[in-house]
Design a protein around this ligand. Structure first.
Ligand code: SF4
Length: 203
């Protein structure tokens, strides 16, 4: 069994648990946390159905960021095993379970933003020129704007520069019974937004 599945088993051993906007029950069923108890949900029995569930929001709009707080309602997955639950969660919140498991065992290493940007090549290489102040602004817009992101940022801008004070922490830091949604490295959406900002500023 993978570390992520072991971690999930330990969490479910304490009762149902939440991750992002999803509640996972001990009987291997999942639904939107605001739908718990509803009897009129569309039932699915396969973990791969989570791909379609994660694709669009309630209005049918595409969700480019799977950890935005706009997961659609109206569905219930009734799965057969821990392995299937871990797989479905990976479609709903990519890599989140494994990241939380690594953090819990003290093995998670966050990558600072400069480290991520320094690896960009080709049309994205220009993002390396972003200033710290521009980076703060992009984070505020992409990670903490609307709709924003549920992940809790673990990385600083650089070894010397933390995130700007006043940047609200992500909403993924939950109470006991909640699996945290963590951001250990800036995602492609943030890098792309940083590139656009640098290009706009230079225009
Ligand atoms: S950089 Fe991290 S916190 Fe920001 S939007 Fe991407 S995944 Fe979410």
């Amino acid at each position: 069994m993978s570390r992520a599945a072991e971690y999930l088993r330990a969490k479910l051993g304490q009762g149902s648990c939440r991750i992002g906007q999803v509640v996972v029950s001990k009987d291997f069923s999942l639904c939107h946390e605001e739908d718990a108890g509803r009897a009129d949900l569309a039932l699915s029995a396969g973990p791969h159905d989570a791909i379609a569930i994660a694709r669009n929001d309630d209005e049918g709009k595409y969700r480019p960021l799977k950890t935005a707080p706009n997961l659609r309602h109206g569905w219930r997955l009734e799965l057969q095993s821990l392995r299937e639950v871990a797989l479905a969660l990976d479609f709903l919140y990519p890599a989140a379970l494994g990241t939380a498991a690594e953090q819990e065992r003290g093995a998670l290493e966050a990558v600072n933003l400069r480290g991520t940007l320094d690896r960009q090549t080709g049309m994205y290489a220009v993002v390396k020129r972003i200033t710290d102040a521009q980076a703060d602004e992009v984070i505020r817009t992409v990670c903490r704007g609307q709709p924003g992101c549920l992940r809790r940022i673990l990385w600083p801008i650089s070894k010397e520069r933390p995130l700007a004070s006043g940047l609200p922490e992500g909403r993924g830091k939950g109470p006991p019974g909640k699996i945290p949604l963590l951001c250990a490295e800036a995602c492609n959406l943030l890098v792309a937004a940083g590139r656009s900002m640098v290009k706009k500023a230079a225009a």
